[in-house]
Ligand binder design. Structure first.
Ligand code: NBX
Length: 826
């Protein structure tokens, strides 16, 4: 019996009423937090405001879930080990249309909304682009009223907090939930059990059917925490469901009763360790056992949750499963879900293998985010056998049947088999998760045109030959709600006046700005907004680092994880060159520039940490050298994260996107910066190519080798020494790194960078692109001096970013892969 729906709460009905909002905040101060308006500090105000907003969120959530249930909707299940959500208060207020109401209400209570927003810790449950993409995608899914659920891990500690001590990175634990998270809801009623370790027993059923029974060695609990995801304009509220591991009471008592008290405790620790901490490595795989357990843990919980929901509507009839369910694998991190679904279907539901495989391969789709060999996941077969013995058997069976298929296509071709096999033979047998993902999915996509082409041509050419059309492209995107409307209110207001206020839903409307690009008044207004944003960032820089920067200087920004392929050291070499030119010629003519960096290095990545140290030491020297006369400032803002990005991006003039061509799958920071009117200096790599197509060659600074040129140079034999000896500036800068000029009393402290670029062969061809980069930077300098030209270029960048809304990416997924329908929530 369904009970009659309650009337909407007062707050939801009159949410836009300032007084109603005030009452709600006060009520939460009193009744949720046990304080009052006289005692409350900013943290309490923040929490009470979140709780007031959450009332509206939960109203939407209930309606959405009921609507989806009654309509028995097909849904996408986005499996991702990472969701880099950032802060939620501002986003939720904007998406509910309550930002102004809340701001005014709080003002009347004597509280500044922008101050209390700073109290919110970032939800940093991701490393970088891949995790942030997942966060943008669930925003778009809710906005577009698509039935969707995000599944991930409820890490107790997200990505480490970065401190800089004497120039070097120090990692500190991130504790985003220490004082409670007002957005999340625990759902003990939906706890799942997950098994690990143990052995497999082979049994023979009455009909001669072989049956496998897995006797696990350990069972843990997965506790779901739901974070509501509010679509723009607040109609659909989907959920992000994050699994937290806990010791399973049912299993441990056996050990306990058998006298194994200490062992029982040890198992407790083990179980709770699973969701303790996010692995901080991006683009490398350490092959750690706990990491594989994390992956299996959240995949198993999520699949069981999906199946529970399906069975609630369809019972044991599996025939409609593929109509109702599509599962997107965000990289190979959730690939273990493929054998897990096969295990559930074959061992539990007792379907034949063929039938189970037929279902499974119509459900999964896989997104590839990298071509870097060191990032392609491979697990030792022996490790899988130990943790998931039944899954290894299933993987072998999948592979065996697939090898038969390969033999039909290419009879007797063992080379093809070796390349396509899920199992890599060698001193240690390895399971290739990329191959498993391609074989187990009905669609595979790359994340930008060039990247998808390289996935087909270089990474998986045999799969492309076997299944033409299976590999496709979906170019990444970003949500304009967070990355323009919320983070850049001044520019948003200016845009509203010119093109109307529905651009957050229809980003192509920004094209309406183009006709104003030559208008002097508009140029002035646009650049005044930029100037004001630069002032805010300058204040932040002064506050955190006590460095004075001039807002009339060019703000040149490189923000992304630190990695050799992203070439922050190319930027640094050029900064050193400018410094050297000034020292050699005190009248060296350049527009003042502030080079601003934000980057975390994986804790075990030595050279990346050395590059951070070098940026800080070189910066320190330059910033304090009076001969520079403030023409150059170098700023490394510590602890780069979503909430810091939201302050840096609106204040940027120049966006550094300088990866070696072919290495950056897409990039999404490039899109955020261009949307906010920064001009890109970049290589023909990833989405830079598509940005250039949109803005036109006159409005972007493209330099350096193309993918083909990189490949040709590698084939012919790249020798970085050629560049070192032929280019006096390169030689002088690299030699400078060996002295103690930047690290007084510590000669050689920066030498590892020089070594990587010379003796170690310069894998990312920094020296080969250096001169082209330096020339492109001279063009940036020249362009900036022409204020009108620059303003026009900046406006055109904003105007032409419509393609890069994540709504377009999601529509591409819907059309090409998911075949989903929107479901209106009334
Ligand atoms: O995914 C990034 C790519 O490098 C970007 O080019 C792309 O725009 C973005 C979204 O498609 N990849 C990425 O962020 N990877 C990781 O963070 C990562 C994390 C863990 C791991 C491997 C990679 N084991």
């Amino acid at each position: 019996m369904s009970r009659k729906a309650k009337a909407p709460s007062k707050i939801a009905e009159n949410a836009n009423d300032k007084n109603v909002f005030k009452d709600a905040v006060i009520r939460h101060l009193h009744c949720t937090l046990g304080t009052d308006e006289n005692k409350a500090n900013n943290h309490a105000w923040w929490k009470a405001t979140c709780s007031a907003i959450q009332e509206n969120v939960l109203e939407g959530l209930r309606k959405t879930q009921k609507t989806h249930y009654l309509n028995d909707t097909r849904a996408v299940h986005y499996l991702s080990a990472e969701f880099l959500m950032g802060r939620l208060l501002s986003n939720n207020m904007h998406n509910l249309g309550l930002f102004n109401t809340a701001q005014e209400a709080l003002k009347e209570l004597g509280v500044e909304l922008t101050d209390i927003m700073e109290e919110e810790p970032d939800m940093a449950l991701g490393n970088g682009g891949l995790g942030r993409l997942a966060a943008c995608f669930i925003d778009s899914l809710a906005t577009m009223e698509l039935p969707a659920i995000g599944y991930g891990i409820h890490y107790e500690h997200g990505l480490f907090r970065q401190e800089i001590k004497s120039g070097a990175q120090i990692e500190r634990p991130d504790s985003w939930r220490d004082y409670g998270n007002p957005w999340e809801i625990c759902r003990p009623e939906s706890i799942q059990e997950v098994s690990l370790y143990g052995y497999v027993e082979t049994k023979y059923g009455e009909n001669g059917r072989i049956q496998k029974e897995w006797h696990p060695g350990l069972t843990v609990k997965g506790v779901p925490w739901d974070i509501p995801v509010v679509g723009y304009q607040g109609k659909t509220v989907n959920v992000l469901r994050l699994w937290q591991s806990e010791a399973s009471d049912y299993f441990n008592w056996d050990v306990f009763n058998a006298g194994g008290y200490v062992d029982a405790q040890r198992e407790n620790v083990h179980a709770e360790t699973i969701s303790k901490v996010l692995y901080p490595n991006d683009e490398t795989e350490a092959g750690k056992e706990l990491r594989l357990i994390q992956q299996y843990f959240f995949c198993s919980c999520s699949l069981k949750d999906i199946i529970r929901r399906y069975k609630r509507a369809h019972g044991d009839d599996w025939s409609r499963f593929v109509e109702q369910v599509v599962i997107q694998l965000n990289d190979t991190h959730p690939a273990i879900a493929i054998p897990e679904l096969m295990r559930i279907l074959v061992d539990r539901a007792e379907l034949d293998w063929e039938k189970a495989w037929n279902i499974s391969t119509q459900v999964f789709a896989y997104t590839n985010h990298t071509l870097l060999p060191e990032a392609l996941e491979k697990w030792p077969a022996r490790m899988i056998e130990k943790i998931l013995p039944r899954h290894l058997e299933i993987i072998y069976e999948i592979n065996h049947r697939f090898m038969d298929l390969v033999d039909k296509k290419w009879p007797g071709d063992n080379e093809k088999k070796a390349k396509l096999s899920i199992i890599e033979e060698g001193s240690e047998k390895m399971v290739r998760m990329g191959n498993l993902s391609v074989i187990g999915s009905f669609a595979v996509n790359g994340v930008a045109e060039i990247h998808s082409r390289l996935v087909k041509q270089n990474l998986f050419p045999e799969f492309e030959a076997l299944w033409p059309g299976k590999i496709t492209n979906v170019t990444n995107g970003i949500t304009p709600r967070r990355w323009l409307k919320a983070c850049n209110p001044a520019l948003s207001a200016l845009i509203d006046k010119k093109v109307g206020d529905d651009w957050p839903l229809h980003l192509k409307k920004l094209e309406g700005l183009e006709k104003h690009a030559n208008n002097k008044t508009f140029q002035k207004q646009f650049m005044q907004v930029k100037q004001a944003n630069k002032q805010l960032l300058a204040n932040e820089i002064k506050q955190t680092l006590d460095i004075d920067v001039d807002v009339n200087a060019i703000f040149d920004v490189q923000i992304k994880r630190l990695h050799e392929y992203k070439r922050q050291h190319l930027n640094l070499l050029h900064i050193m060159a400018l410094y050297r030119r000034i020292l050699e010629n005190p009248d060296y003519d350049m527009h003042p520039r502030v080079f601003i960096f934000g980057a975390k290095a994986a804790p075990g990545y030595r050279l990346a940490k050395d590059i951070i140290y070098a940026i800080n030491m070189v910066g320190n020297k330059i910033n304090n050298d009076p001969r520079v006369k403030n023409k150059i400032k170098v700023v490394f803002l510590p602890n780069y994260r979503v909430s810091l990005a939201e302050k840096m991006i609106p204040a940027s003039d120049v966006s550094e996107q300088i990866s070696t061509a072919g290495k950056e799958a897409s990039g999404t920071g490039n899109m955020k910066l261009a949307l906010n009117g920064a001009l890109t200096i970049g290589t023909l790599d990833g989405a830079n190519i598509e940005i250039a197509e949109e803005v036109g060659d006159d409005n972007i600074f493209i330099f350096g080798m193309t993918v083909e040129e990189v490949e040709a140079l590698k084939a012919k034999g790249y020798n970085p020494h050629d560049y070192y000896y032929r280019d006096a500036e390169i030689k002088a800068i690299l030699d400078w790194l060996e002295t103690d000029y930047f690290t007084p009393g510590k000669p050689g402290a920066l030498v590892s960078i020089k070594q990587s670029l010379l003796e170690q062969g310069d894998a990312y061809m920094v020296l080969a692109d250096y001169r082209a980069y330096s020339d492109a930077q001279a063009k940036v300098d020249e362009a900036y001096r022409d204020k009108e030209r620059w303003a026009k270029m900046a406006i055109i960048n904003t105007a032409k970013m419509g393609k890069f809304t994540s709504d377009r990416s999601i529509q591409d997924y819907v059309d090409k892969i998911w075949k989903l329908r929107a479901c209106e929530v009334k």
